[in-house]
Write a protein that binds this ligand. Structure first.
Ligand SMILES: Nc1nc2c(c(=O)[nH]1)N[C@H]1C(S)=C(S)[C@@H](COP(=O)(O)O)O[C@H]1N2
Ligand SMILES: [Mo]
Length: 200
């Protein structure tokens, strides 16, 4: 750390404790997509988890809707520095999905319609930390925001929350997804400001 002044610390003390370092609050809901919005109908939507042996567990939209649905109220943090507080979602917990999957692999890769990928350790998807969400603010999830369904991993930077998600594959080692290959951090903890690969 360089120059430290009382004013600097004064400001820090007033900072919103919900706001990770280097972030600002927005009331908007910006759209960030690396490519065009794919047009996926619920009837063709499918979610699957493929384990390290290649066994595939699949859910159709209707099967998915029969799973226990949870309400999620959470802050989200984009690496482009906006954070949005108290966002309200409905979705299925990854705990519910992994209850039907046999795996000992510690890493996952999320795959989306359109080809986007992002890597997340399995433990970051379990114990109430992640969902496949299909409603935002009481409405079906807008296609721009990942509808019909997206991954929601709010304790990591929002690029980990793969829009138009269609599945997870299990991996013995931590592979890199789309943004991670392009210089973003492999893990992406907003509280540690893990934005780029060289951030510790
Ligand atoms: N499939 C897919 N998922 C994605 C992205 C993307 O380009 N494609 N962008 C990521 C990034 S960088 C962010 S910040 C959030 C943005 O979600 P939003 O557009 O709903 O705000 O989605 C993430 N998930
Ligand atoms: Mo992002």
């Amino acid at each position: 750390m360089g120059i430290v002044t009382p004013g600097f610390f004064g400001k820090r003390r007033e900072a919103d404790p919900h706001l990770p370092p280097g972030q600002y609050e927005t009331k908007d809901f910006p759209v960030l997509s690396a490519g065009p919005t794919p047009n996926i109908h619920e009837g063709e939507w499918e979610f699957s988890i493929t384990n390290e042996s290649g066994d595939v567990k699949r859910w159709s939209w209707d099967e998915f809707m029969d799973l226990p649905i949870e309400n999620i109220d959470t802050d989200i943090h984009c690496v482009t520095r906006w954070s949005k507080f108290d966002t309200k979602w409905r979705g299925v917990s990854l705990d519910t999905l992994f209850a039907e999957v046999e795996t000992d692999a510690p890493f996952t890769m999320a795959h989306s319609y359109g080809g986007y990928t992002t890597n997340v350790p399995l433990e970051d998807l379990l114990e109430g930390k992640a969902w496949v969400a299909f409603e935002f603010d009481g409405e079906p999830l807008d296609p721009e925001h990942g509808g019909p369904a997206r991954l929601l991993v709010p304790h990591l930077y929002f690029w980990k929350s793969a829009k138009w998600v269609t599945g997870l594959t299990m991996h013995e080692t931590d592979e890199l997804g789309f943004w991670e290959v392009n210089g973003y951090h492999a893990y992406g903890d907003p509280w540690k400001e893990q934005r780029y690969y060289y951030d510790s």
